[in-house]
Write a protein that binds this ligand. Structure first.
Ligand SMILES: Nc1nc2c(c(=O)[nH]1)N[C@@H](CN(C=O)c1ccc(C(=O)N[C@@H](CCC(=O)O)C(=O)O)cc1)CN2
Ligand SMILES: NCC(=O)N[C@@H]1O[C@H](COP(=O)([O-])[O-])[C@@H](O)[C@H]1O
Length: 206
């Protein structure tokens, strides 16, 4: 059974590219049905290069957060999205959007949640905070999305060492490599129906 996913992205789209590549070569039972961004992100160019419908939906063009989010919901449902993937998406979604896809929204975050997450922690800001704090490991997290930020049940995490020579840029590169592995894996597990959420915990049927 091929899972149709809708992707929301605000940036370069390397995680989107990983999903596209692994779905096209049959590694994961997934098809990217639509991509939406809040800005003219390079991720949209990646989608169009593979003939995937791609939309810019700008929050500032709507009278309310609800109308903005409803436009995205309508597009996602028009394209048959069964799971919504936040792949470097930079807008915090309200309960209206969350309720429209209850239990069917996942996010990739570039740290080991609950460290370095929440409002204000995105992109390079996360890796800068990792260096500033002096932690010895970091990594990436795939989690279900709820109405709070980066607080949903965790699906997969993978860690990497922070070396003395590391910079935010070198950490970003190492974390990206992890992300491009664990996000597709999480999609595969969801598509196979192998994720069971009990309270805050996600149990994976092996
Ligand atoms: N309801 C939820 N919405 C979103 C979640 C979530 O877990 N629950 N995850 C984020 C993605 N994210 C971290 O993984 C994240 C994205 C953005 C921010 C943030 O502080 N954004 C700034 C605006 C930045 C911009 O517009 O460029 C802000 O809101 O002030 C924090 C975490 C996606 N949505
Ligand atoms: N808090 C959200 C956040 O910081 N997300 C991060 O944005 C990057 C997007 O990269 P990409 O556009 O190349 O996939 C990724 O590192 C992702 O974890």
């Amino acid at each position: 059974m091929i899972l149709k996913v809708g992707v929301l992205a605000s940036g370069n789209g390397t995680n989107l590219q990983a999903i596209i590549d692994k779905s096209r070569n049959g590694q994961i039972p997934v098809r990217v049905a639509v991509v939406i961004s809040d800005r003219n992100a390079f991720a949209l160019r990646r989608a169009r290069a593979h003939n995937i419908p791609a939309y810019i939906v700008k929050p500032g063009e709507y009278d309310s957060q609800r109308e903005y989010e409803q436009q995205m919901v309508d597009i996602l449902k028009k394209h048959g999205s069964e799971l919504v993937v936040l792949s470097g998406f930079m807008k915090i979604l309200s309960p209206h959007f969350i309720d429209s896809f209850k239990g069917r929204i996942i996010n990739i975050h570039p740290s080991l949640i609950p460290a370095f997450c929440g409002k204000g922690f995105y992109g390079m800001k996360v890796h800068e905070a990792v260096i500033d704090y002096g932690v010895k490991i970091t990594g990436a997290t795939v989690h279900f999305v709820d109405e709070n930020v980066d607080s949903g049940p965790i699906i997969i995490q993978k860690a990497v060492a922070v070396e003395d020579s590391d910079t935010p840029e070198t950490i970003a590169q190492k974390v990206h490599e992890i992300e491009h592995e664990i996000l597709p894996e999480a999609l595969k597990l969801f598509a196979q129906g192998k994720l069971k959420v009990i309270g805050r915990r996600v149990f994976i049927e092996r």
